[in-house]
Design a protein around this ligand. Structure first.
Ligand code: HEM
Length: 453
C-alpha cells in the first residue's frame, strides 16, 4: 500500500476503523495485541504511525526526540503546536523557568491559600466534586499566570472558569481536531459558544497584560518575576520585539489554562474515584499522613519525601488513567527511522500512552489500582523508567513540576482533613472514562466527612 512504502515493513491497519472509534480502538487491549507495537494508518490527510510500546516511544520522544519534535500545526503561536525552532526553544525555556519559580526552593507558593478549598458541602450530603476541584485548580493557575488570588465566589474567577469550561467542552486543543476530525462536526451553536468564550478569555488576558506592562514601566517589579506574564514580558524586553510578540505572550498565558487546569483537576477526580473503589488505599494514605505530619499543621511541600505512599497514589492515578491516552501528535522533521523502519519527513507519530501504561509485562494486572507498584517494599519509592506520564525529551510537559506540586498539596491536604466515601445507596464511580479533550471520569457523587473538627 501507499502507507507501507512510506514506512517500509510497518504493518498498515487493515481497515481504518470508523474515526469516531479510534481512541476506543487504541485503548482496547485485544486490538492492540493484534496490531503489535507499531502500525500505520491514514488519518485524514496524514500518514500516521501509531506507537504502542515503550521502546518505540522512547525512540520517538528521547533518542530521536529532535527528529520527531515537529508540531501539529506550524502556524500556532502557543507552545504545544508551535514550530520546533530556535524561537520555540527560547520561548519554552522562558515558560519553563517561570513555572519552576513555584517549585521547591522557589518562593513560598501561594497554593497554600487554596489547598484548604471548601468542598462546597462537606458533611453528609452527597455531591459531585468536579466543580470544587476545578475551582481550586483554576485559582492556583490564575495566581501563577497573573497573580490574582480570588475568593470562592469572585465574579472574575467565575468568568475564568466559565470560559475555560466552554473552550474545553468544545475543542480546546487544535491538535485534537486535526487528530480526530469528527470533532470538527460541531453544531454551529457550539462554534458560536467557542468564539464567545475565546473573546472573553482574550479580553481578560489582554487587560491583565496591559496592567502588567503598566506596573513594569512603573518599575515596581522585584528581582524575580512575580508571575508568568511578568516573566514573559521581561523576556520580551531582552529580545527583538518580533521574537516574542504580545500575541505569543497571550497565547502562552491562554495555553497555561488550556493545558494546566483540565489535566490537573481530572487527575485529582480520577484519584478520588479510585479511592472510592479502594477505601483501603485512602485509609493507608491517611495513616501515613497522621504518622508523618499529624492532623494539626498544614502539609508542606517539604513533606513530600516523607509521604511515599501519598506520592505512590498519585503515580498510580497518573498511570491507570492517563489524561492524555494518546499524546499530542509528533511530526518527523527530517528523514529518520523508527524501530529500524525508514520514516519520511512529515510523517505523524501518535504515542499510545494507554498502551504503555497497561502493558502487562511492565505492569502486572494493569487494570488494578495498586499504588504499591511505586514502592520498593522497604518504604522507598520506585519509578520504573517505562513510566512517562508527562512525556519525555524535547516536548516533555513544561508544567510537570507545577502539576506534581499541585497534585501532592491538594491530595495530601484533602486527606488530612476529609474522608471520602460513597453515598449510602449510591453507585460506585464508573471507571471507564469518556474521551473529551482529556480522558475524564463520568460525573459521580461523593460524601466528604471532616476527620476532626
Ligand atoms: C504537554 C501531561 C499538567 C503545560 C504535555 C504532554 C503530556 C502532558 C503527556 C505531551 C508531551 C508530548 O507530546 O510528548 C500532563 C499531565 C498533567 C499536566 C498528566 C497534570 C496532571 C500541565 C500543567 C501545565 C502544562 C499544569 C502548565 C501550567 C503543558 C504544555 C505542553 C504540555 C504547555 C506542551 C509542551 C510542548 O509541546 O512543547 N503535558 N500535563 N501541563 N503540557 Fe502538560
Amino acid at each position: 500500500s501507499g502507507g507501507s512504502s512510506r514506512a517500509r515493513g510497518v504493518p498498515a491497519l487493515p481497515s481504518v476503523p470508523v474515526l469516531g472509534s479510534l481512541p476506543g480502538h487504541l485503548t482496547c487491549f485485544p486490538v492492540r495485541c493484534r496490531l503489535g507495537p507499531l502500525f500505520s494508518m491514514q488519518l485524514g490527510p496524514h500518514f500516521t504511525l501509531v506507537v504502542n510500546s515503550y521502546d518505540l516511544a522512547k525512540e520517538v520522544l528521547l533518542t530521536r526526540g529532535r527528529d520527531f519534535a515537529g508540531p501539529a500545526d506550524p502556524r500556532g503561536k502557543d507552545i504545544a503546536f508551535c514550530d520546533y525552532s530556535a524561537l520555540w526553544k527560547s520561548h519554552r525555556r522562558l515558560v519553563h523557568s517561570a513555572l519552576s519559580l513555584f517549585g521547591e526552593g522557589g518562593p513560598t507558593h501561594p497554593i497554600s491559600l487554596f489547598i484548604c478549598f471548601r468542598l462546597g458541602s462537606v458533611g453528609s450530603q452527597a455531591f459531585d466534586p468536579s466543580a470544587a476541584v476545578t475551582r481550586a485548580v483554576t485559582n492556583v493557575v490564575c495566581t501563577l499566570v497573573f497573580s490574582a488570588t480570588y475568593r470562592r465566589d469572585d465574579a472574575e474567577l467565575k468568568e475564568v472558569i466559565d470560559y475555560n469550561n466552554g473552550i474545553v467542552e468544545t475543542i480546546a486543543r487544535g491538535g485534537l481536531v486535526d487528530l480526530f476530525p469528527w470533532l470538527q462536526r460541531f453544531p454551529s451553536r457550539s462554534l458560536t459558544k467557542l468564539k464567545q468564550c475565546i473573546t472573553v478569555r482574550d479580553r481578560l488576558l489582554q487587560r491583565k497584560l496591559d496592567q502588567h506592562k503598566a506596573s513594569l514601566s512603573d518599575g515596581d517589579g522585584g528581582i524575580d518575576p512575580r508571575d508568568l506574564l511578568e516573566a514573559l514580558l521581561r523576556g520580551q524586553e531582552g529580545q527583538k520585539s518580533e521574537v516574542i510578540s504580545d500575541d505569543h505572550v497571550l497565547m502562552t498565558a491562554a495555553e497555561t489554562f488550556g493545558a494546566g487546569v483540565e489535566t490537573t483537576s481530572t487527575t485529582l477526580l480520577w484519584i478520588i474515584a479510585y479511592m472510592l473503589h479502594h477505601p483501603e488505599v485512602q485509609a493507608r494514605a491517611q495513616r501515613e499522613l497522621e504518622e508523618q505530619v499529624g492532623l494539626e499543621r498544614p502539609v508542606r511541600l517539604s513533606d513530600r519525601t516523607r509521604l511515599p505512599y501519598v506520592e505512590a497514589v498519585i503515580q498510580e492515578g497518573l498511570r491507570i488513567r492517563p489524561v492524555s491516552p494518546v499524546l499530542i501528535p509528533h511530526t518527523a522533521l527530517t528523514r529518520t527511522s523508527l524501530g529500524g523502519h525508514p520514516v519520511q519527513p512529515g510523517t505523524r507519530v501518535l504515542v499510545n500512552m494507554w498502551a504503555l501504561h497497561h502493558n502487562p509485562t511492565d505492569w502486572p494486572q494493569p487494570d488494578l489500582f495498586k499504588p504499591e507498584r511505586f514502592l520498593d517494599g522497604r518504604g522507598g519509592r520506585v519509578s520504573p523508567s517505562c513510566f512517562l506520564p508527562f512525556g519525555a525529551g524535547p516536548r516533555v510537559c513544561v508544567g510537570e513540576s507545577l502539576a506534581r506540586l499541585e497534585l501532592f498539596l491538594f491530595l495530601s491536604s484533602l486527606l488530612q482533613r476529609i474522608s471520602f466515601s460513597l453515598p449510602p445507596a449510591g453507585p460506585v464511580p464508573d471507571l471507564r472514562g469518556r474521551l473529551g479533550v482529556v480522558l475524564q471520569p463520568p460525573p459521580y457523587l461523593v460524601v466528604a466527612t471532616p476527620r476532626h473538627t
